[in-house]
Design a protein around this ligand. Structure first.
Ligand code: AHR
Length: 504
């Protein structure tokens, strides 16, 4: 076939309306995510709350719709009560998850205030490690009940008259992992999650709940865990979670870029398990997927071993991402879009300093990692309906994968704005990919812009000094007689933006 790929897009070939929450992210009390990330009162960019405004601007640039908080492993040892009320009364605690000291200067209310300033909702996790259903239902009451009860009045007394109205809640974190504080068997977790869910919804019936799935496809309990947990929780939850991180540990780029195929397989497997439980229960509702931790994570593993225990906000999990990581993140975003019918929440883990697209320098600027760009493009241009493209692409085999398409692609149609966006990665190491995309069904559409992220050096990173890995808009996409043609440069992330002529 040569290095040519074809795509056909039709307005009516739809996967699903995209839930904007798939462009969510995550902030944990870990490393410099909170302290030194969002909050740094001594920094010249700090506002009256101590929040860094340069960081807030970058978060707003991504248009992050929802942010998971406060963990992660941290939440399984967290007493939410430590983080509310007068700051001078808040205890310092040992965080056993990350072996650091937590000052509790930032807690639920401060984080809610920050999230509001960046226009994001919060996906709040409750502690089902050291705590249980009592702390979970109290936190829902504290956050969501209008007033006239102990915890809602406590919130009011802390200066927050209006309830936070948090809609999405996680029932703990990675409870299948032996590293988790309060690690549980699937039976133990299924029971506590189901009881917590029940009473949390008795406090506020409008909330939506995410049960913990496996902390990765490689876990020995994977699949059985999901089935058991959903067997217990089916009637009380809306979502089951997925977590997955990848890394190019063998320095094998062909194999690395194919890892999104494994992510795809993971998603399909979890959908099958959720549907099996639905069938078993003669249920009516689908359990949807919350892919609430996904990213590349491996660069910082060695450095983290050297961190002094019990430090306050040390530089943990500070992966410096290179160009090839941005390509895999692009492939992972496309994979999420391909499953927009069942994935309704996803969180890039994490957002600031900790395995993050945004980094901060102490007393210095904030800067954008390589992965910032595909994430920002997908969030900003990927709102609408995920289309079901008919794609044909040449393929290759790698160490762990067969039939890996050189072209990884998804398309999003925004009917309201009359815009069509094609996201595409060319996995070919040496050659450009000639793409021809039939959009004859989109009458009067023109190319607005063809954004490309490319770099000759796969290991190139960005830093506070500069961003050599940054996109340009010099891609050569053009349209003639309803056929879009473009050359996708070797190893590149592409965003081909089209819109109905009258718009520009
Ligand atoms: O995102 C970093 C950590 O990865 C989270 O705390 C945990 O849930 C996962 O193992």
């Amino acid at each position: 076939m040569g290095n040519k790929a074809k795509m056909v897009l039709e307005k009516d070939y739809k996967i699903s309306e995209i839930d904007n929450r798939i462009y969510g992210s995550f902030i944990e009390h870990l490393g410099r995510a909170v302290y030194g990330g969002i909050y740094d009162p001594g920094h010249p960019q700090a506002d009256e709350n101590g929040f860094r405004q340069d960081v807030m601007e970058m978060v707003k640039e991504i248009q992050v719709p929802i942010i998971r908080y406060p963990g992660g492993n941290f939440v399984s040892g967290y007493n939410w009560e430590d983080g509310v009320g007068p700051i001078e009364n808040r205890p310092r605690r040992l965080d056993l998850a990350w072996r650091t000291t937590e000052t509790n200067e930032i807690g639920t209310n401060e984080f809610m205030k920050w999230a509001k300033l960046v226009n994001a909702d919060v996906n709040m996790a409750v502690n089902l490690g050291t705590r249980g259903i009592d702390a979970a239902r109290s936190l829902v009451e504290y956050c969501n009940h209008p007033g006239g009860s102990y915890y809602s009045d406590l919130r009011v007394s802390h200066g927050y008259k209006e309830p936070h109205k948090i809609k999405t809640w996680c029932l703990g974190n990675e409870m299948d992992g032996p590293w988790q504080i309060g690690h549980k068997t699937a039976e133990e977790y299924g029971r506590i999650a189901s009881e917590a869910a029940k009473v949390m919804k008795w406090v506020d019936p409008t909330i939506e709940l995410v049960a913990c799935g496996s902390s990765g496809r490689g876990m020995p309990t994977f699949a059985e865990w999901e089935a058991t947990v959903l067997d217990h929780t089916y009637d009380h939850v809306e979502f089951i979670s997925l977590h997955q991180y990848y890394g190019n540990r063998d320095n094998d780029i062909s194999n690395y870029l194919a890892m999104s195929l494994e992510m795809d397989d993971f998603i399909t497997s979890v959908i099958s398990i959720a549907d099996y439980i639905k069938a078993k229960k003669r249920g009516k509702k689908n359990i949807n997927l919350s892919f609430d931790e996904w990213n590349v994570w491996y660069h910082s593993n060695e450095a983290d071993k050297k961190i002094e225990p019990w430090s306050i906000a040390p530089p943990q999990l500070e992966d410096h991402y290179n160009f090839e990581d941005a390509l895999l993140v692009g492939c992972m975003l496309i994979t999420l879009l391909k499953h927009a019918d069942r994935i309704k929440i996803a969180c890039l883990a994490q957002l600031i300093n900790v395995i993050a697209p945004i980094m901060t320098e102490e007393n210095g600027p904030a800067w954008k990692q390589t992965i910032f760009y595909p994430y920002m493009h997908a969030s900003v241009f990927g709102r609408g309906v995920s289309l079901n493209p008919i794609v044909s692409s040449p393929k290759y085999d790698s160490k762990d994968f067969t039939d890996v398409p050189y072209l990884e692609s998804a398309a999003v149609y925004n009917e309201e704005n009359e815009q069509l966006t094609i996201f595409a990665v060319n996995r070919h190491l040496k050659e450009g990919l000639e793409l021809e995309c039939d959009i004859r069904n989109f009458d009067g559409y023109e190319v607005v812009e063809h954004i490309v992220l490319e770099n000759d050096d796969l290991k190139q990173t960005n830093s506070a000094k500069g961003t050599p890995v940054a996109p340009h808009s010099k891609g050569n996409a053009m349209i003639k007689d309803g056929l879009v043609s473009a050359v996708l440069p070797k190893l590149s992330w592409n965003v081909i933006r089209l819109a109905k002529r009258k718009l520009f």
